[in-house]
Design a binder for this molecule. Structure first.
Ligand SMILES: Cc1cc2nc3c(=O)[nH]c(=O)nc-3n(C[C@H](O)[C@H](O)[C@H](O)COP(=O)(O)OP(=O)(O)OC[C@H]3O[C@@H](n4cnc5c(N)ncnc54)[C@H](O)[C@@H]3O)c2cc1C
Ligand code: FES
Ligand code: FES
Length: 568
């Protein structure tokens, strides 16, 4: 069974096609048409809804190596309901535009629009209106997170932090509006904090406007409005249900939601052909665009170990063998494959800040809230952004192969074998990897960089945010202690070939050379020995060749500029 709150009412589902998206559930099953469908592929944001993980959720929070919850992810987040499976709402409160409004069904005591809605009215932020609910949800989300953060940091709400222009623009970067030119919507985003503060100063229904308070109250109530999808006789007690029982099923379709690695190993050994579902930001399109009706889905979202991270001392780590980095640093960052971009961000900001910087260029807030590192790698898309960066960082990948037909074994260790291999050995051919039926990615191991290593990442896409790469260059340049000689170079390329790869000839051309721009100019000349780029709708072969050469030279300029800043 999955259970969640929808606009304040509890829903419990057992019998429903696991391929059902949140949008389909809202509009077709519940008749709630305030959430709109535009593209159906995660691009336009019209279908954006807001989600909050409930305090007693079965879904894990972000944990560190000691299992302590890290309070780093904001409580509210947005998702594209069109490509998000309804099963991913398990343990969450799902909110749509009608929940924010003066809706007697949801808030009998509330007499006002949400500040995000009021601001959209006052700034004329809606024209065709089709995209408007999505914008309102994105704005309401940044408003509520800001409000909660402010309330935690300072007692007085009247000192609430104003949202900046950049914060507002970032919050709506996954929403497309083709008619307002964005200006009125950005103005609305800047105005909404004022509206909220003015109301608080006037003490008009302050508590009723606080979605977080409403949600906390809901999480502690026993009220249960069971959806019509749950015939009384099929209601399951979670605690009593066997690990191997599907969470939801319908007409031969099943979805399993293991809660631990042991359960995942067992289910995968039993169903090696199942579709492994992480955030679904790639897979969701198989349902909405290619009309695939997945028979057996194994959803990873409740496996806490896959959402954890840790630091590993590489001296005791056999996976370090084979690394060609002579100056191997002493620690590796181990990121669980199920960590979303949003969950990884604070960890990378702390340990690999130059990696973290590229995240604002990856997809949109809605996608970054759901999409995972494991999904980005396992999907093996030639234009995935993380693989070329991870290749440049000499990352390794922890794979687990669960053996079919051995699920009866008493010892759960008997049903799988593990291997940790350099990521460069993982990609075999276009969309082909070392993953077999019954295999999954457990974690990614990234060596931390030392002071003489520098990482430069350049992504080229037609739109700054919410757009996939035409090409991406990630360059890790290791220099000598005096900074004057290039001792090692790793150049990861994305969007250039059938698989993400390292430009090994180019790398060799850099090693041993002076850490000067001329060395990069020279190395750029041999790039064609490493790759003959493709031509597609995003860019021509000639453009890709030229732009990556120039990006490499740009890395050289950044290296030299950094050295000059350090010595200044
Ligand atoms: C609008 C939009 C914009 C996007 N922009 C970008 C972008 O800028 N850059 C970019 O790189 N990508 C982008 N993507 C692609 C996508 O968001 C990422 O690839 C994301 O990281 C996929 O992760 P996921 O958890 O959603 O994967 P899913 O969709 O759940 O899975 C993808 C594949 O990986 C497999 N898989 C997932 N986890 C595991 C695991 N642990 N072990 C084994 N197999 C696994 C699944 O079976 C499936 O084959 C975009 C997608 C959309 C819809
Ligand atoms: S309908 Fe366009 S993102 Fe969902
Ligand atoms: S108001 Fe609908 S596209 Fe802008």
């Amino acid at each position: 069974m999955i259970s969640f709150y929808l606009n304040g009412k509890r829903h419990e589902l057992t019998q429903i096609n696991p391929n059902t998206t949140v949008l389909e559930y809202l509009r077709l099953h519940e008749g709630q048409t305030d959430t709109k469908e535009g593209c159906g592929s995660g691009d336009c944001g019209a279908c954006t809804v807001m989600v909050q993980r409930l305090p007693n959720a079965s879904q894990p929070a972000l944990n560190d190596e000691n299992g302590d919850e890290k309070n780093v992810t904001p409580p509210f987040y947005t998702v594209n309901s069109c490509i998000t499976l309804v099963s991913l709402m398990d343990g969450h409160h799902l909110m749509t535009a009608s929940y924010l409004a003066d809706n007697p069904e949801h808030h009998p005591q509330r007499a006002l629009l949400h500040p995000a809605q009021q601001a959209m009215v006052e700034c004329h932020g809606s024209q065709c209106g089709f995209c408007t609910p999505g914008f309102v949800m994105s704005l309401a989300c940044v408003y509520e997170n800001n409000r909660m953060q402010t309330n935690q940091e300072i007692a007085s709400q009247s000192d609430a932090k104003q949202l900046s222009y950049d914060e507002v623009v970032a919050s709506i970067s996954g929403n497309l509006c083709r008619c307002t030119g964005y200006r009125p919507i950005i103005e609305a985003g800047l105005l909404m904090s004022d509206i909220g503060q003015q109301r608080e100063a006037e003490q008009s229904a302050v508590k009723d406007l606080t979605i977080s308070l409403a949600t906390d109250a809901m999480a502690s109530t026993k009220e249960s409005i069971v959806s019509e999808h749950v015939p009384a006789e099929t209601k399951l007690n979670n605690a009593e249900s066997k690990a191997i029982a599907p969470a939801i099923s319908d007409a031969g379709r099943q979805l399993y939601m293991p809660k631990s690695l042991d359960e995942l190993n067992q289910v995968l050994a039993a169903y090696p052909q199942a579709t492994i579902w992480a955030g679904g930001t790639d897979l969701g399109l198989s349902v909405t665009q290619h009309l695939v009706d997945h028979e057996v889905i194994i959803q990873l979202s409740a496996v806490e170990a896959l959402k954890s991270w840790s630091l590993l001392d590489t001296k005791s780590d056999s996976s370090n063998e084979g690394s060609d980095n002579e100056q191997a640093p002493s620690q590796k960052l181990v990121l669980g494959a199920g960590m979303s971009y949003q969950q990884m961000l604070p960890v990378l900001e702390q340990y690999l800040p130059s990696f973290a910087q590229v995240f604002e260029r990856i997809a949109s807030p809605q996608i970054r809230n759901m999409g995972t590192i494991g999904g980005n790698i396992a999907n093996a898309s030639p234009i995935g952004d993380l693989p070329p960066i991870l290749l440049a960082l000499d990352a390794s990948i922890h794979l687990r192969h669960c053996a079919p037909n051995r699920e009866e074994s008493d010892n759960s260790n008997d049903i799988y074998t593990d291997e940790i291999i350099p990521l460069s050995e993982f990609f075999l051919d276009y969309k082909k990897t070392k993953l077999q039926a019954g295999s999954y990615v457990v974690a990614i191991h990234i060596p931390l960089m030392h002071d003489n290593q520098h990482l430069f990442i350049h992504k080229i896409s037609k739109r700054y945010e919410d757009d996939i790469s035409a090409c991406l260059l990630a360059a890790r340049i290791d220099v000598s202690a005096d900074g004057m000689t290039i001792e090692n170079a790793k150049l990861g390329l994305g969007g250039m070939a059938a698989i993400p790869l390292l430009a090994t000839t180019c790398q060799q051309a850099l090693i041993g050379q002076a850490a000067e721009i001329a060395s990069f100019e020279q190395a750029a000349q041999v790039l064609s020995a490493d790759v003959t780029p493709m031509t597609d709708v995003r860019a021509s072969r000639e453009y890709r060749s030229h732009v990556v050469q120039r990006l490499l030279v740009k890395c050289g300029k950044q290296l030299v500029a950094g050295r000059q800043t350090e010595t200044a």
